[in-house]
Design a protein around this ligand. Structure first.
Ligand SMILES: *[C@@H]1O[C@H](CO)[C@@H](O)[C@H](O)[C@H]1NC(C)=O
Ligand SMILES: *[C@@H]1O[C@H](CO)[C@@H](O)[C@H](O)[C@H]1NC(C)=O
Ligand SMILES: *[C@@H]1O[C@H](CO)[C@@H](O)[C@H](O)[C@H]1NC(C)=O
Ligand SMILES: *[C@@H]1O[C@H](CO)[C@@H](O)[C@H](O)[C@H]1NC(C)=O
Ligand SMILES: *[C@@H]1O[C@H](CO)[C@@H](O)[C@H](O)[C@H]1NC(C)=O
Length: 355
């Protein structure tokens, strides 16, 4: 009898919780608006393949340790080869269930490996920044083809000659922006959006300010042309505060843009009086506070766990203030696992967006 009462109690509690979660909590926002659809997006600086080897993806998969065996806790330290890190990057992204995944620093091998690991449901856009084909680092955008359709895409260089493979004077590297238009297919119907992904310079603050100004102009053009939502993801190599925050401040409208190439400005001009106050919102600041979770820093280095000396927040997700989107959640994950392996010297950033 006592057992029966406990079972009843447990069942009742279960159904009450279930009823609460099903009917009053989780679907409220969704059912209040039948025209919007949601997606999880991410941005993740991979750390380039600095210790190249010839180990294939299949070989790494075949040599994964027995998952039931206790690992040597923090047995590894420091940077590990990409051939080891790639498994953890792909596992993390796949278990998060996103549909758009931006990366930075990926060399062509890394992009190809991710395509293989993420599987046939995924495709990607992007070019190598050093030749516009496949030399140097990519800022690729992966998208899940079962949910997202690609409409068009292009690359521009964050320099004084944006339509040519080119480097800004004084910058450490050639820098690019990958720009795509996509359709999110959801049960409520298709919705278009624009999506720009970048990696600003690590050495030149002038390059970062110019890059931010070019990307903001392009984002405004996207907003005007598509009349839809526009997002920017990227590693800005600079924080949102302090003396290096010029690029962030230009993106968010705190500082005016710097002058950009006239051909680029004319190509992406919008009529005067249109979207005059167009800027980008930092999704971390506009998502509901309780739904902003995980870590603060997005760059950790390959330092030992507990050493926060290089921690910074330099990887961002922005949405255009022309709207047609809401930020439902924001989370910075971790790249560290118990075995001591850091999947990258950055952490992945996830944003949940309704459009
Ligand atoms: C529903 O979505 C549309 C289109 O994004 C938006 O204009 C409207 O304000 C939304 N309504 C609510 C109640 O969220
Ligand atoms: C602007 O960019 C275009 C295309 O990259 C280039 O041909 C032109 O020379 C640039 N203008 C200036 C003033 O540098
Ligand atoms: C979405 O983009 C496609 C391709 O450019 C276009 O045909 C369609 O009209 C767009 N839909 C909306 C709602 O703007
Ligand atoms: C960016 O704006 C913040 C205030 O929002 C300010 O504290 C910071 O100094 C600005 N950065 C630069 C480089 O002007
Ligand atoms: C747009 O307006 C500004 C002043 O608000 C003016 O300086 C500029 O020349 C105008 N541009 C065009 C193309 O009309």
């Amino acid at each position: 009898m006592q057992g029966l009462i406990i079972v009843h109690f447990v069942l009742l509690t279960f159904f009450c919780l279930k009823a609460t979660s099903t009917w009053s909590h989780w679907p409220t926002r969704r059912s209040a608006n039948t025209t919007s659809s949601s997606m999880r997006i991410s941005t993740y600086n991979l750390r380039y393949d600095s210790m190249p080897d010839s180990i294939t993806v299949q070989e790494t998969l075949a040599s994964l340790p027995d998952p039931l065996v206790v690992p040597q806790y923090l047995g590894k330290s420091g940077e590990q080869p990409w051939s080891t890190r790639r498994i953890k990057v792909a596992q993390h992204l796949l278990t998060e269930g996103g549909v758009m995944a931006s990366f930075q620093e990926g060399l062509v091998r890394q992009v190809n490996d991710l395509q293989q690991l993420l599987g046939d449901d995924w495709s990607w856009i992007g070019v190598g920044r050093d030749d516009g084909i496949q030399a140097g680092e990519f800022s690729p955008v992966f998208y899940k083809t079962t949910v997202v359709d690609l409409i068009s895409w292009d690359t521009f260089w964050l320099s004084n000659t944006p339509f040519e493979v080119s480097k800004f004077p004084g910058a450490g590297s050639l820098r690019i922006c990958t720009a795509g238009r996509f359709t999110l297919n959801s049960p409520t119907g298709p919705t278009n959006f624009s999506y720009l992904n970048t990696h600003l310079d690590d050495q030149s603050d002038d390059q970062r300010r110019l890059g931010a100004s070019l990307i903001l102009a392009r984002a405004k053009y996207e907003a005007f042309t598509t009349n839809g939502p526009v997002f920017i993801t990227g590693d800005f190599n600079s924080e949102s505060t302090g003396s290096d925050s010029g690029a962030y401040n230009i993106t968010t409208g705190v500082l005016p843009p710097v002058p950009i190439n006239a051909t680029f400005a004319a190509t992406y001009a919008v009529p005067n009086g249109t979207l005059d106050n167009f800027i980008m919102d930092d999704l971390k600041g506009v998502a509901p506070r309780f739904s902003v979770s995980g870590n603060f820093a997005t760059y950790t280095g390959f330092n030992s766990p507990g050493d926060t000396s290089v921690f910074t927040r330099i990887d961002f997700v922005f949405g255009g203030n022309n709207g047609d989107w809401t930020a439902d959640g924001y989370r910075v994950g971790t790249s560290l696992t118990d075995d001591g392996i850091l999947a990258s010297d950055h952490r992945p950033v996830f944003a949940d967006i309704s459009i």
